[in-house]
Design a protein around this ligand. Structure first.
Ligand code: AP5
Ligand code: MG
Length: 193
């Protein structure tokens, strides 16, 4: 299977570029943020718990996220009709990264590439404020965006070093048109597929 981690700060384009990847390479998409927002919309206990963290820009505890990820992965891959999986928004901590590698190993799989989208903070904030105004996504307000960025710098960026050591990190300039950025990503994916 072609398993890709799409990595980057809030607003870096993970969701946008995942849409293109799914189509071109016939992959399943696992966005942990989308999974949690769907739980919230359905009014489940998990959704309520998740919202108490998401509304503050904080991460849902690792143990819970790791269980959710494994069950969503098995559900999305059980029919064997996708060629691989895009992980969008997971992992976000070193324990999640270790758990992902273990989960894949247990299933005879591994990560082919970690595509890291580099975007300057000012551009991230502009994109997210603008999306918040258009869509009403509740964590797209200035205060929560700042908290999400802090969490990203403190808890998530250490994963870059881990993947760099493993030789699977590919840094991509995440500024430009959506098509230009996708072209850069496809060049990386075509090499590892
Ligand atoms: P999540 O939903 O993953 O949000 P995020 O990481 O903050 O990222 P976004 O979805 O905001 O941005 P994106 O990189 O997908 O960019 P997008 O393509 O949308 O997580 C939300 C919350 O859930 C977390 O804060 C946490 O609480 C919880 N959570 C999720 N996963 C978790 C985990 N593993 N562990 C613990 N907690 C977890 O683009 C953004 C905007 O920019 C869009 O409007 C888009 O149209 C626009 N745009 C995209 N590309 C371009 C471009 N090239 N030029 C101009 N505009 C562009
Ligand atoms: Mg997203």
């Amino acid at each position: 299977m072609l398993n890709i981690v799409i990595f980057g700060a809030p607003g870096s384009g993970k969701g946008t570029q995942s849409e293109n990847l799914i189509e071109k390479y016939n992959l399943a998409h696992i966005s942990t943020g989308d999974v949690l927002r769907a739980e919230k919309a359905a009014g489940t206990e998990l959704g309520k718990l998740a919202d108490s963290y998401m509304s503050k820009g904080q991460l849902i505890p690792d143990e819970l996220m790791i269980d959710i990820l494994a069950s969503v992965f098995d559900q999305k891959t059980k029919n064997g009709d996708c060629k691989g999986v895009i992980f969008d928004g997971f992992p976000r901590t070193i324990p999640q990264g270790t758990a992902l590698s273990e989960m894949l190993k247990e299933r005879g799989e591994k990560i082919a590439a970690v595509v890291s989208l580099d975007v300057a903070e000012e551009e991230l904030i502009d994109r997210l404020i603008s999306r918040g105004q258009k869509t009403g996504r509740t964590d797209d307000n200035y205060e929560t965006i700042k908290a999400r960025l802090d969490v990203y710098y403190n808890q998530t960026t250490p994963l870059k070093e881990m993947y760099e050591k493993e030789g699977i990190l590919h840094a991509i300039e995440g500024i430009g048109t959506i098509d230009e950025i996708f072209g850069r990503i496809a060049t990386v994916v075509d090499k590892v597929k």
